[in-house]
Design a protein around this ligand. Sequence first.
Ligand code: ATP
Length: 453
Amino acid sequence: MEKIVSLCKRRGFIFQGSEIYGGLAGTYDWGHFGLALKNNIKNSWWKKFVDSRRDMYGIDAAILMRQEVWQKAGHVENFADLMVECEKCKKKFRADLIEENKCEECGGKLGEAKQFNMMFATKVGASEDSSAISYLRPETAQGMFVNFKNTVDAFHPKLPFGLAQIGKAFRNEITPRDFLFRQREFEQMEIEYFVRPPETAHSYEIRNDTKVRKEEEKEEWEKYFEYWKDEMMEWMEEVGIDMSKVHDIDIAKEDLAHYSKRTTDFEFEYPFGQKELFGLAYRTDFDLKNHGLDYVDEEEGKKITPHVIEPTFGVDRAVLALLLSVYTEDTSTSLSAGDKDGEARTYLKFKPNIAPVICAVSPLLKNKPELVEYANTKVFAPLKTEFGRVIWDDNGNIGKRYRRQDEIGTPFCIVVDFDTLEDNTVTVRDRDTGNQERVKVEELKNYLKNKIN
Ligand code: ATP
């Protein structure tokens, strides 16, 4: 973890929030490459779960919502963790994360556990009375439920269908820790997938002149629960998360959230233990019922309240699990010239479509105007226009540039040398193998396109 945290800072991925004033616990600021990585992850998610489907509707709801939303959703009462305080040093801990019954910091005695609501309260407008209270949303989910009717009225979707949202969520975590894993401000990618309620979702058969439900059939929500479990795993693999470190765990009944009847957590083997990465919950009709929302079912000709399957993904935990999956140290000496300097080589093995930078372009020597001119106008400019995520790197010798790009996870480094001026070919060096090949400048775009897809 320490190596990854320091690489993220050194290479401009992720910085501690408010760092120059000593840092604000549980907040991080995203630098240029981290932001590119995060955007690529979000885009890949949106493409798979929204753009390529016919049954999904995107939404971007306001972060501030009326307090009634959180009262009705049960969060004002229930969105709390049990907290314990050390009687000696006064440090606070989440009761369920304490391993031994004493203070992790000073070994002191812990006081009685108390409920601590994790929502950040704020006031909307100038009024001081309690009606002005609002909360920064602790999950994006409610923004979708409260727009259920708007979506149905605007698009007339048939069940099953879903709403999808990517956005910030805020939780006043008692002990933010483990880099991106437990923050106070983070991002979620969530889907609320609405299915027929159990009583209307079955096929029937006539037995002895009576209509009876086919027994062997699974409930509608059970079918979609399994379906979304597979979809979630497929996406994790697509994005490049090491699936050998992912485990799906069914949550015991007594540990379920207040809104859920069944939850499967996808846990990841982080260096600090196997913990939640993403979750999949069957939220029943809890939310729509509480908000008083329903749906007119044309097939049945009556009002029904759909049930909900919720696949939820933390963007930041996705980034962390991905960084841990792609971080590689290579001590082999089989790399080609320019790569060997006897040190372990560190590289991030991102898939090209997820990597923050697709390729770096360099003139072999930065003090040879003819090389710089060629590299800039004939290679860098057209590739930058085509792909965007292309950078110019002429700092230090070629070996140093490769090392730097390896740490950023750039899959291809393109070098313009004296041969280029003669034959219009460039060297393309592969991040993972260190292999170099000569590629015609006019074929570069297609060469890279084929590698990205
Ligand atoms: P935990 O038990 O770790 O506190 P949770 O079960 O409360 O997590 P959910 O309410 O299911 O988490 O939130 C959905 C997703 O949001 C999680 O799977 C995770 O990826 C992400 N997430 C939740 N809390 C945080 C946090 N404090 N920092 C970063 N990501 C988070």
